[in-house]
Design a protein around this ligand. Structure first.
Ligand SMILES: [Zn+2]
Length: 362
């Protein structure tokens, strides 16, 4: 019997399957402003969507923090404890840095984190990340019920059950899929479409050898994490060169996603929509334009929804100051294209003459 969870509660039909909480955002007494990393991008996406009158608070689903019991569906107790306490090597050394959270600083790769004592890290970093993780799990269920869902945060694809890294402390993608497999009837196969600029080694390690989960990963082959072991779990691997541009990128995404959906018929697609593919992103090293990102998301939604498969999108990496605006523009475009909307969209059981979506993909 799965444990009782707060994350699978009923959501009224009046709400859109867009999950968010103000608690997603990371603030360090203003320190974060000194760093180019935009630690408040999630809130800004929502602000833009409200400004554009797409959404109001009463239409959103508020994310809840994943509890320890929720996290234990995937994580080991040992790993969760490692995050909670200062590392042994730091304790009792007598140095003024004894209580600093090097483990978490490494995982999150937010330089200001190393200046914070552990209790602040818990409150300022891990709590937001746990809330975003709860959001991804909630959005998984909503995606299956409504045909689509978006978590405005999440996408921590470098974290696996017993190891964090690269700003990922919890394996939200693995968790969302395992929750669905365990609790939702009719969901036993999943496809992960990972289009963040980095290889998604976390979910790859977690689903290594698991035939139920098909992984397509498109990433810059020259950057972090270069995890050769994890690559064995990728069923459709697209390795990109430095500076790859829109045309080549979109062509490769489209062709490979079509094949992926033919090779494995999933009950749900988890779309890791990282925006660090954007030109000027020093970590990603690719050269995709803002319009290219918007087009990419449209393409993925069109193909997946055209196959009548529910899709869960998470926003993942990409922390330039302009990133939030681009994510918002992409969501507005999905709405404009009729690929998301307020209706409980059950494309496979149409009860009107007008299909919600074109069944043929242009
Ligand atoms: Zn990334």
């Amino acid at each position: 019997m799965p444990h009782p969870t707060q994350l699978y509660q009923h959501v009224p039909e009046s709400r859109w399957p867009i999950v968010y909480s103000p608690r997603y955002n990371i603030t360090f007494l203003g320190l974060e402003k000194l760093h180019p990393f935009d630690a408040g991008k999630w809130g800004k996406v929502i602000s833009f969507l409200k400004e554009e009158k797409l959404l109001s608070d009463s239409m959103l689903v508020e994310a809840r923090e994943a509890s320890d019991e929720d996290l234990l569906v995937v994580h080991t107790r040992r790993y969760l404890n490692e995050l909670k306490v200062p590392q042994e090597s730091d304790v009792g050394s007598g140095a003024p840095d004894a209580q600093w959270s090097f483990a978490v600083a490494t995982i999150t790769e937010i330089p200001p984190v190393i200046f914070l004592p552990n209790f602040l890290v818990q409150r300022k970093v891990l709590k937001p990340l746990r809330t975003q993780t709860g959001g991804t799990i909630m959005a998984g269920k909503l995606a299956v019920e409504r045909g689509w869902a978006i978590n405005i945060g999440g996408g921590f694809h470098h974290c696996s059950s017993d190891r964090g890294g690269g700003f990922c402390a919890y394996a939200d993608i693995t968790l969302a899929i395992k929750f669905l497999f365990e609790r939702v009837e009719g969901v036993s196969r999943a496809t992960i479409v990972d289009l963040d600029a980095h290889q998604g080694n976390g979910h790859e390690r977690d689903f290594m050898g698991d035939k139920r989960v098909y992984i397509m990963d498109v990433y810059n082959r020259h950057i972090y994490p270069g995890d050769r072991f994890a690559k064995q779990a990728i069923r459709r691997k697209v390795e990109l060169e430095w500076g790859t541009e829109d045309d080549e990128y979109l062509r490769k995404v489209e062709r490979n996603l079509e094949k992926a959906l033919q090779e494995h018929q999933p009950d749900v697609v988890v779309y890791n929509a990282g925006t660090d593919v954007l030109e000027g992103d020093r970590l990603g090293g690719l050269s995709i334009s803002p319009q290219g990102v918007v087009k990419r998301d449209e393409l993925v939604f069109r193909l997946v929804r055209g196959h009548q498969v529910p899709i869960l999108m998470v926003t993942s990496g990409g922390y330039q100051k302009r990133t939030a605006r681009i994510i918002a523009d992409s969501i507005l475009n999905l709405y404009g294209q009729g690929l998301i909307g307020p209706q409980p969209a059950n494309v496979s059981a149409q009860n009107s003459d007008t299909p919600l979506l074109p069944l043929e993909v242009p």
